[in-house]
Design a binder for this molecule. Structure first.
Ligand SMILES: Nc1ncnc2c1ncn2[C@@H]1O[C@H](COP(=O)(O)OP(=O)(O)OP(=O)(O)O)[C@@H](O)[C@H]1O
Ligand SMILES: [Mg+2]
Length: 268
């Protein structure tokens, strides 16, 4: 493993003894390849300078988004992922979720990680009701179980109280906060081995934020690991006991929430 992480060696060894690892990320790199970037577009002047410089028009641009990240997550941990825009947080979660194969390095997970994001797949033309059922089925529940969980999910979302009849309307008519509420409520209905939340709470109002933070703590108590990406240091402080600070694709710090958040707020 690379030694970029600032981890307390003794504490880590202790944890191995008392708790099982859920995610092992070993020197992971992710390079996006953007095909045809700049090709066929741009001014005549830029085309001319490209021709003069004898550069190919149909180039492939590479973006090295994650650069040698290593860490181990343990059962019962809630880990915050922080860092400025474009630092690689979403990319790293997508790798852990198995949605993006790492360009280099290895990821081992205990069970199937679930990624819940502001962009989680929902069918915008379908009603909230249908999305709840589909979401449950997508998480591996049976039709029966999905029906049973329906009420619980609808209630947790608090949407009907807010706007009666909303669940029978297409999701494209929801405000971004209402959509985020529903996405979170669906994902939180299941206990996950590894639950990853990418800024899903940010668009909820204060009341829903508190409720979802409480639910995250519950999920965490039910043995899984939780990853939370957020720009709200308050959410991170209230929810996580450990924080990983990503900067330009590498880990700048990995440790107790108080320490890492303080360093981040100072150094930003
Ligand atoms: N599909 C993609 N193709 C090419 N480059 C990408 C792609 N997605 C992200 N990137 C680039 O990878 C880097 C990391 O992006 P990422 O979305 O992981 O950042 P982030 O930490 O989640 O940022 P934010 O806080 O804004 O959500 C950025 O430089 C971004 O421009
Ligand atoms: Mg992101």
């Amino acid at each position: 493993m690379a030694d970029t992480a600032v981890a307390d060696g003794a504490a880590t060894t202790e944890k191995v003894a008392e708790s099982a690892p859920t995610v092992v990320v070993d020197d992971v790199h992710l390079v996006y390849r953007v095909h045809g970037a700049g090709a066929g577009k741009g001014s005549a002047t830029s085309a001319l300078s490209r021709i003069v410089a004898r550069k190919k028009a149909t180039g492939i641009t590479e973006v090295h988004a994650v650069k040698g990240v290593s860490f181990v997550a343990y059962r019962g941990e809630a880990i915050g992922l922080i860092g400025r825009n474009g630092s690689g947080k979403s990319t790293l979660l997508r790798c852990v979720a198995g949605l993006l194969p790492p360009t280099r390095g290895k990821i081992y997970t205990d069970g199937q990680p679930s990624l819940l994001g502001v962009n989680a797949a929902m069918m915008n033309e379908l009603t909230g009701e249908r999305n709840i059922i589909l979401g449950c089925l997508a998480m591996g529940m049976s039709q029966e179980e999905a029906q049973t969980r329906y009420t619980e999910i609808a209630e947790f979302s608090g949407l009907e109280k807010m706007s009666p009849g909303i669940l029978s309307r297409p999701m494209r008519t929801y405000s971004s906060g209402q959509g985020a509420r529903l996405r979170f409520s669906i994902a939180a209905a299941k206990t996950h081995d590894v639950l990853m939340i990418d800024e899903a709470l940010a668009t909820g109002d204060r009341e829903f934020q508190l409720r979802s933070e409480a639910r995250i703590r519950e999920l965490r108590a039910q043995a899984g690991s939780v990853f939370l990406v957020s720009h709200s240091m308050k959410s991170i402080r209230d929810t996580c006991d450990r924080v990983i600070w990503l900067h330009d694709g590498t880990i700048l710090a990995d440790g107790p929430t108080d320490e890492v958040v303080a360093a981040y707020e100072k150094g930003r």
